[in-house]
Design a protein around this ligand. Structure first.
Ligand code: NAD
Ligand code: MN
Length: 500
């Protein structure tokens, strides 16, 4: 359909022809309701373009396409090695289009282009290659039971998987979810976030001619309509969600209608502990990476810094200095920009509302806390914000803020540090800085979190399981562990001659 495309010229001069339809059965189609999503450039608040937004009926069409593909021999009986080959080819196609994909990511999301291209796209390509390699190495076990019987297991795909992703890493989140799902032989209906619909649409345009129709369906849409329709659909077998804890709980509740298999990744308020024997300069640099990367819009951001009393003042000084020297806020397409705008006006206002909250609860604002307005007076830019004198009862200490916003407080002993670190409903990341190797591992063992960084912050690696405990989620993504989310085990008992 010729009208389901727009010709765009990006702020960096790149010309892009972008499909705007719902990607169902390897075709771009119109929304049945006529609903649209208008994508906004957070750098100057201009409209980029509009794309189709799925209704519940459209979700049903996508699910039917996926179900048909799941049952079709062209996918069901495809040898696993060939599934892997398709994933390798997908990675190659993404690589060949990486500048366009990174441009759309930066334009729509606001993250620095250098980060989108050199970090996010490299990860996306790496993930498809990593899971391509896994595709033919996913199998069960043989279990000897008695002399005349044995059992074996099959690791089978779960079926039709709904994948709901957030706006902070649109392409990476799509890759984290598509890679393992496809390697295991599932079919997918993926819904990007309404705040960032563009880059994943372009990704969809690379699929025809590669995966059979219906194997991958990508439908933009609003959470309350398309997201809800996915969570409640009776023919979806699995739902994988990344986003806020509150929405994650709703999805979990609604997904119970047909007892969907479920994985959730829902953010946190991750602590970073600094003991008095730490290399403070390194701690300051890593703490900066841990909270200010990606405009602070990182689910495992170390947003609560806890410093041992004796080095507290010195750390705060070093950290302020590091932030001042490294957080270059500005146009995300400019080469030296380190921090772009927040993704939307709503997020921008939300983050600033926490500045008011911190002040009114009596914490000390020592840096930032105001819009950054040097980029033509427009856009959702916020100066890197640091609060000290923070108490554990304050909202800014307890709630996920999701911006370039850090709270710093002090502790006395290791026990104090652990109690304070674990005093949260979340449990995604955590970091510990110390030069005492015994303490490092002792503390790592007791932090209630899915991930611990020792003398580092916010590392994630394609090969390493990622996910949370407590209200930060259920299940793991990436690595071999990520396969468990997309397979189910079938036990087959074999009688070799036990006669009754
Ligand atoms: P959200 O959780 O509402 O959105 C995430 C995804 O869920 C989007 O694709 C959205 O369309 C979908 N969704 C929304 N409502 C739904 C519903 N009822 N049923 C099914 N799907 C639904 O997040 P948000 O409102 O965009 O952001 C709010 C806060 O969430 C942020 O400030 C941040 O604290 C947190 N967040 C966390 C992550 C993360 O990586 N864990 C990512 C984005 C946002
Ligand atoms: Mn946008």
């Amino acid at each position: 359909m010729a009208d389901l495309k727009v010709n765009l010229t990006a702020p960096n001069g790149r010309k892009i022809t972008l499909p705007t339809g719902l990607f169902i059965n390897n075709e771009f189609v119109k929304s049945s309701s006529g609903d649209k999503i208008t994508s906004i450039n957070p750098t100057d608040e201009s409209e980029i373009c509009s794309v189709e937004a799925a209704s519940a009926d459209d979700i049903d069409k996508a699910v039917k396409a996926a179900r048909a593909a799941f049952n079709d021999p062209s996918w069901r009986d495809l040898p696993a090695t060939e599934r892997g080959t398709l994933l390798y080819k997908f990675a190659d196609l993404i690589e060949a289009n990486k500048e366009t994909l990174a441009t759309l990511e930066t334009w729509d999301n606001g993250k620095p282009y250098s980060v989108a291209l050199n970090e996010d796209l490299e990860e996306v390509i790496g993930i498809f290659r990593y899971y391509a390699g896994w595709a033919d190495k996913i199998y069960g076990e043989t279990i000897p039971t008695t002399a005349k019987k044995f059992a074996y297991t099959l690791k089978q795909p779960i079926g039709v998987c709904a994948q709901i992703i957030p706006w902070n890493y649109p392409l990476s989140m799509a890759a984290w979810k598509l890679g393992p799902a496809l390697a295991c032989g599932n079919v997918v209906v993926l819904k990007p976030a309404e705040q960032t619909p563009l880059s994943v649409l372009y990704l969809a345009s690379l699929i025809p001619g590669l995966f059979p129709p219906g194997v991958v369906n990508i439908v933009n849409g609003y959470g309350r309509e398309a997201g809800h329709a996915l969570a409640s659909h009776l023919d979806i077998d699995k739902i994988a969600f990344t986003g806020s804890t509150i929405t994650g709980k709703q999805v979990m509740k609604i997904a119970s209608v047909n007892m969907k298999n479920i994985t959730l990744e829902t953010g946190g308020k991750s602590p970073l502990l600094i003991f008095d024997d730490s290399d403070l300069e390194q701690a300051a640099k890593w703490a900066h990476v841990g909270i200010m990367s990606n405009q602070g819009q990182v689910c495992c951001a170390t947003s609560r810094v806890l410093v041992q009393e004796g080095v507290y003042d010195k750390f705060v000084e070093l950290f302020k200095q590091t932030v001042k020297e490294t957080s270059k806020v500005g146009d995300p397409f400019a080469e030296d920009t380190q921090q772009g705008p927040q993704v939307t006006k709503a997020q921008y206002e939300r983050v600033l509302s926490y500045v008011d909250s911190g002040k009114s609860e009596g914490a000390s604002l020592v840096a930032g806390g105001v819009p950054y307005k040097e980029v033509g007076g427009k856009g959702y830019f916020i100066e890197p914000t640091i609060f000290t004198n923070v108490k554990d009862t304050m909202k800014i200490y307890r709630e996920e803020i999701f911006g370039p916003f850090v709270v710093i407080t002090s502790f006395k002993t290791e026990e104090d540090a652990l109690r304070m670190a674990n005093d949260t409903t979340y449990g995604l990341g955590s970091a510990v800085f110390t030069t005492d190797v015994e303490r490092a591992h002792r503390v790592a063992g007791r932090l209630e979190a899915g991930m611990v960084w020792i003398n580092s912050s916010n590392d994630s690696d394609i090969r390493v399981p990622f996910g949370g405990v407590k209200q930060s989620g259920i299940g793991r993504e990436l690595g071999e562990a990520g396969l468990a989310a997309y397979t189910q085990t079938k036990a087959i008992h074999v009688n070799l001659g036990l006669r009754l």
